[in-house]
Design a protein around this ligand. Structure first.
Ligand code: F6P
Length: 427
């Protein structure tokens, strides 16, 4: 059964017959399923515009908290805030709803199969003090066992609601789990919380961990700038994460204000041509005596078009190493021109994602965790928590299919980066 409001309908397990216990605890602010937010407030036709369901506590809920078993799983690469979300879910379930049967699944989806390490029993004591810690107390992993095995596991272990914390691959996996649950006619909820430092999950304005990663990356750019300015013809080259999207690189450049070139996957560039990257770099060095270059790992992948770089366990194609490629190309170029340069290559990669969340991300994680628990308790599933136009909303996992979130080379962010760095169009 679904509420019918357009393409962003959220599926429910059935009627909500129980009073939300929050009422007894003095909470009286409940959100109605009909409270919705326009997806595109600028759309011409207000009457037909698609809308998203607002997140928050429902007056009536589907699950009886004292008889509900919840499980939490963290998947994919690490991200600042995983522990904060785990803690948020546990405290919300325990203290606000009175659900005290919570399992922490070990090492991603692989923990949802027979023979996997025993889940951790999650209690307020078990999550005490972890909010600001990096990593995940549950462990994470890429890849997934067959969906049917996961749903067998959920059935066998009587798990009523599954919180999946991960990126777009995790959400694809969660959608398959949800579809299999529906196919079997089970009453189990699956709710996702979007995580990635890359901030490239479609339909989600901000994924937790991103802000922290940007702040850390900006520190690295500032260090590169100090190094570059400390010598004659100094070049600071910083390679950041961002396989398909350049959000970290672009935003870190904006935060630092010290970058002269920003290279991202969404904007191809040439190396050797007149007006190409090396030509502009030479111009910068001869004019100013130093340069800072920021590079997303997915930039310039056309230089590796022929190379077979393989895939990671999530099925993502591994990018060719553009950092080393560019470093060597820069050194060779200036060697040929007899211009002595001093290049410092900085690759902070895992340093920016294994760190703990900053205060803003901690608050954000807490909001996401609480919204996810409200949704699951109300029997919603096949959905993730999103933030849209400063509101927390329910996003159907299905809506992520066929969409991608990338920097628009004609949009505001890239325009700002170009203003900030001074780099010309098309670089
Ligand atoms: O998924 C986010 C991400 O940070 C990417 O930017 C990066 O390519 C990837 O993780 C690397 O993760 P791992 O080394 O764990 O596979």
């Amino acid at each position: 059964m679904a509420d019918t409001h357009g393409i962003f309908d959220i599926e429910n397990l059935g009627d909500c017959n129980f009073d939300n216990p929050m009422r007894e605890r003095g909470f009286s602010r409940f959100i109605d399923n009909n409270s919705r937010l326009r997806f595109d407030p600028l759309a011409a036709n207000e009457a037909t515009g698609d809308t998203l369901e607002l997140a928050g506590p429902r007056r009536k809920i589907f699950f009886l908290p004292g008889k509900t078993r919840a499980a939490i799983v963290t998947c994919g690469g690490l991200c600042p805030g995983l522990n904060a979300v785990i803690r948020g879910i546990v405290l919300q379930l325990w203290h606000i709803y009175g659900c005290k049967d919570i399992r922490g699944i070990r090492y991603g989806y692989s923990g949802l199969s027979e023979g996997a390490p025993e889940p951790i029993t999650l209690t307020p004591d078990a999550v005490r003090g972890i909010r600001a810690d990096g990593g995940t107390i549950l462990g994470s992993a890429r890849g997934t066992p067959p969906t049917s095995e996961i749903v067998d596991y959920l059935q066998w272990h009587d798990i009523d609601m599954l919180f999946t914390i991960g990126g777009d691959g995790t959400m694809r996996g969660a959608l398959k789990i949800w579809q299999e649950i529906r196919r079997r006619g089970l009453k189990k909820s699956v709710v996702g919380i979007p995580k990635t430092i890359d901030n490239d999950i479609p339909m989600v304005q901000r994924s937790f961990g991103f802000e922290t990663a940007v702040a850390k990356a900006a520190d690295a750019i500032n260090c590169a700038s100090t190094e570059a300015r400390g010598v004659r013809n100094g070049i600071g080259l910083v390679k950041l994460m961002g396989r398909n999207a350049g959000f970290i690189a672009a935003n870190a450049c904006l935060a630092s204000g010290n970058a002269n070139f920003c290279l991202i996957p969404e904007v191809p560039f040439t190396l050797q041509s007149k007006g190409g990257f090396l030509d502009l770099l030479e111009h910068r060095l001869r004019g100013r005596g130093n340069a800072v270059i920021v590079l997303a790992e997915g930039a310039g992948q056309d230089f590796f078009a022929e190379a077979d770089t393989g895939c990671d366990a999530s099925g993502n194609k591994k990018p060719g190493d553009i950092g080393i490629y560019l470093r060597d190309a820069i050194l060779a170029y200036f060697r040929e021109r007899n211009l002595n340069v001093v290049l410092k290559y900085i690759e902070p990669s895992y340093l920016i994602r294994s760190t703990g969340p900053n205060a803003s991300d901690q608050i954000f994680c807490d909001h996401c965790a609480r919204a996810a628990v409200h949704a699951a308790m109300a029997g919603k599933g096949g959905m993730l928590i999103g933030d849209h136009l400063d509101h927390f909303v329910h996003v159907p996992m299905q809506a992520l299919q066929g969409r991608e979130k990338r920097i628009n080379p004609d949009g505001d962010i890239w325009f700002s980066v170009r203003e900030n760095t001074g780099q010309p169009d098309g670089l």
